[in-house]
Write a protein that binds this ligand. Sequence first.
Ligand code: NAD
Ligand code: MG
Ligand code: MG
Ligand code: MG
Ligand code: MG
Length: 329
Amino acid sequence: MSVTIYYQKDCDMGLLKGKKICVLGYGSQGRAHANNLHDSGLDVTVALREGSATFQRVQDDGLKAAPVAQAVAQADLVCFLLPDQVQADVYNAVVAPNLKKGAAILFAHGFNIHYGQIVPPADVDVLMVAPKGPGKLVRDLYVAGQGVPCLIAIHQDASGKAKDLGLAYAAGIGGARAGVIETSFKEETETDLFGEQAVLCGGLTALMKAGFETLVDAGYAPEMAYFECINEMKLIVDLIYQGGMTNMRRFISDTAKFGDVTRGPRVIDDYVRQNMEEILTEIQNGEFAREWILENKANRPVFNALLRADEAHEMEEVGARLRSMMNWL
Ligand code: NAD
Ligand code: MG
Ligand code: MG
Ligand code: MG
Ligand code: MG
């Protein structure tokens, strides 16, 4: 399957000129989007909770800030750049009752729409523009005249103009300079969750921990185990980031390469692949979403216990000690 990619020439930022954009949240993505849109000459107001200490920070950055209800009531486009787990409450309590007729809402991740936690009325445009990078990179590249590639998806096109609006937004934050890939809320949500669970976050930390424990349990020094199974990951990943697996393999020894191609598939064997398929099924059938939503409603007992256990793991103590030898960090 090939994807459709849009570039600057496909985007008319003029569609957002004279419109009021409300950015909910001033964290990783919110701060980057708001500043980029502002520097693109668009009218942005950052929406904050009453009494939030962030009002000062927004003003110091040269942008406007207003309490959520007030900013939403004036906005033609409301952007949800809040943590995913608070979006539904904020939508129900403040956005839905104040949303102007004809206003559109925009997300940077599809979770709440895809799993039905937010159900906007049928006459509202619902779109997604999701940069494929952290907020800091979205801002830094914009300032450097470049951009982070983005995804665009349309959930509801009430106006008939939702995609053009999304492309205008992608241009406004600089993403169209790199390219805007068309997807759906379903595909973005499910692949994002799968990637972070099976590979990037869950898979990676579990792989490192298992390698570390295997060496330590066999009697090797924890310091050695930490360097070999955890610390050196960055060198390998940087090489893959720059030029793929083939490039990385140009920089490692033949011995390492032989171990890589013959032993790697034994670590990630059919059993691991089956686990990955199960994890994907739980994402597709909503089981993961339900578990995470209920976990939040219960004040996160399992989540907090698991995080605490990993924070107390020997590898974290060893890592902290070794990093104190690396004064360049
Ligand atoms: P974040 O946690 O960095 O920032 C969220 C902001 O919302 C914070 O400033 C917080 O103070 C504020 N906030 C929290 N509760 C609030 C409330 N009730 N009312 C008003 N403000 C409130 O979040 P983020 O990482 O920027 O994520 C925002 C969205 O972007 C999410 O949908 C996320 O999935 C998506 N996204 C994030 C990244 C990333 O790299 N961080 C990348 C792509 C997409
Ligand atoms: Mg992701
Ligand atoms: Mg994610
Ligand atoms: Mg080595
Ligand atoms: Mg070696």
